[in-house]
Design a protein around this ligand. Structure first.
Ligand code: FAD
Length: 401
């Protein structure tokens, strides 16, 4: 059994630590529902408050590493719609192909959330829909949450010893408990018919630094459809770049999916005391997003596992390793963020067979291993990264990395 699934299953209440009797989770999406499940399995009374009225959140095509299976086990399976075995990288007429040893998973977010909600409920948590968190205060025994019913605006007060904010990038829980708001970037993707020359097990990535310091991607969700997206820095510009990119490739958008994603600039401590109670943050609310690719699903689950460990045991090894991982992605982002076309061309040219093999063997959720192996097999890649990092010193204040 994979170590994380074992951790998630074996997480047990500590005898030496005082566990909370009641936990309120705000946000019934990926990170919040996984936290609810982990805590409810240990007999803690958990109520999840979600502002959406039905368990039908927006559909979204997402790509995650195989690590999601290790974390979620069966709950992951229904949401998997495709597997990716190869990445093709393009820049300025050059290309490189990386074959993956363990396929990446293409998942559908709505199905994932429905599966997680079912698991949380089976474990004993209640999921209360159409309930918007408004504010919190301490009442001497713990905390009181003010929750608005979306249907009629009426307000109820709910007692909890512990609150978990899984309410996304603009977390109201974080705001109410005094955390500094997170910076965000826009992510826009269009669902398109898959180009004829594209295999459904291959994802494409384009580095076009004049449009974005991140990249464009096209990930097939089936043999006929895929999601073509971009991460940008400002909303309207990002959408207009995507539209031009679609036009250039003669791809017709069938629908658009978009939202703002937090940018990881430094580790956000996940715990705060409020009076006699405790408040924790998980997922996007805590900025637990890999800033290289702006992927937040797997890291959000790891954050949820870490917070559950901390609530149950008072300490968490998962949070320590997650922090290390996110910091490493920040270092990589700093070295890539000012890359010009020539740097990307050099990067693609430098991907020799041993370097590609390292990228194939380890996933984006094992950045330390990738970096170490790639540096050994192609030291010039490390020098290129280092140059990027050093050249950032002058411009860091403008872009904030
Ligand atoms: C278009 C798009 C594509 C993406 N692609 C990928 C990808 O390929 N791979 C990847 O790993 N990540 C991807 N991401 C990022 C990923 O979707 C997020 O990191 C992840 O969904 C965050 O999950 P979360 O549970 O922390 O927060 P969210 O999914 O944002 O959930 C927050 C929940 O809290 C609820 N809520 C908010 N405020 C309140 C309130 N006051 N009261 C009650 N409920 C509240 C919301 O309704 C929502 O259900 C993508 C994001 C977008 C927008």
């Amino acid at each position: 059994m994979a170590p994380e699934l074992r951790d998630a299953k074996n997480i047990v209440r500590s005898t030496s630590h005082t566990n909370p009797e009641s936990v309120a989770v705000v946000g019934g999406s990926a990170a919040g529902l996984f936290t609810a499940s982990l805590l409810a399995r240990q007999g803690i009374s958990v109520r999840v408050f979600e502002r959406i009225e039905t368990l039908k959140p927006d559909e979204r095509t997402l790509i995650v590493t195989n690590r999601m299976r290790a974390l979620l086990g069966r709950a992951a399976e229904k949401s998997v719609v495709n597997e990716i075995r190869r990445f093709e990288l393009f820049t300025d007429g050059r290309s490189a192909t990386i074959s993956l040893k363990r396929p990446d998973l293409i998942i559908e977010r709505r199905t994932l959330i429905q599966g997680l909600a079912e698991e949380a409920q089976q474990a004993g948590a209640t999921v209360e829909l159409g309930r918007r968190f408004h504010a919190l205060h301490s009442n001497g025994r713990g905390m009181v949450l003010e929750i608005d019913r979306c249907i009629d605006g009426s307000r109820e007060e709910v007692h909890a010893d512990t609150i978990v904010g899984g309410d996304g990038a603009s977390s109201r829980v974080a705001q109410a408990a005094g955390w500094t708001p997170l910076e965000t970037v826009p992510l826009v993707q269009a669902i398109v018919s898959l180009p004829k020359d594209m295999s459904p097990d291959t994802a494409r990535v384009w580095f076009v630094p004049q449009d974005t310091p991140y990249f464009y991607w096209l990930i097939p969700e089936s043999a006929t459809r895929g999601a073509l997206g971009i991460i940008g820095e400002t909303g309207p510009e990002t959408r207009s770049h995507l539209e031009k990119f679609l036009e250039k490739r003669k791809l017709e958008p069938l629908e658009f999916q978009a939202a703002r994603i937090p940018v990881y600039k430094r580790w956000v401590p996940v715990h705060r005391r409020v009076g006699q109670g405790s408040v924790y943050l998980v997922g996007d609310a805590a900025g637990q997003v890999k800033v290289t690719t702006v992927g937040g699903i797997v890291t959000g689950f790891r954050g949820a596992l870490g917070v559950a460990q901390q609530i149950l045991h008072g300490v968490s090894s998962e949070l320590r390793t997650l922090r290390r991982e996110l910091d490493l992605h920040l270092l990589l982002r700093r070295s890539l963020h000012d890359f010009q076309q020539a740097d990307y061309t050099q990067l693609v040219d430098l991907l020799n067979d041993p370097a590609k093999q390292s990228l194939a063997e380890y996933s984006r959720d094992e950045a330390w291993k990738i970096l170490w192996r790639v540096c050994l097999s192609q030291p010039r890649l490390a020098l290129l990264g280092l140059r990027g990092l050093l050249s950032r010193r002058g411009s860091a204040n403008q872009t904030g990395f």
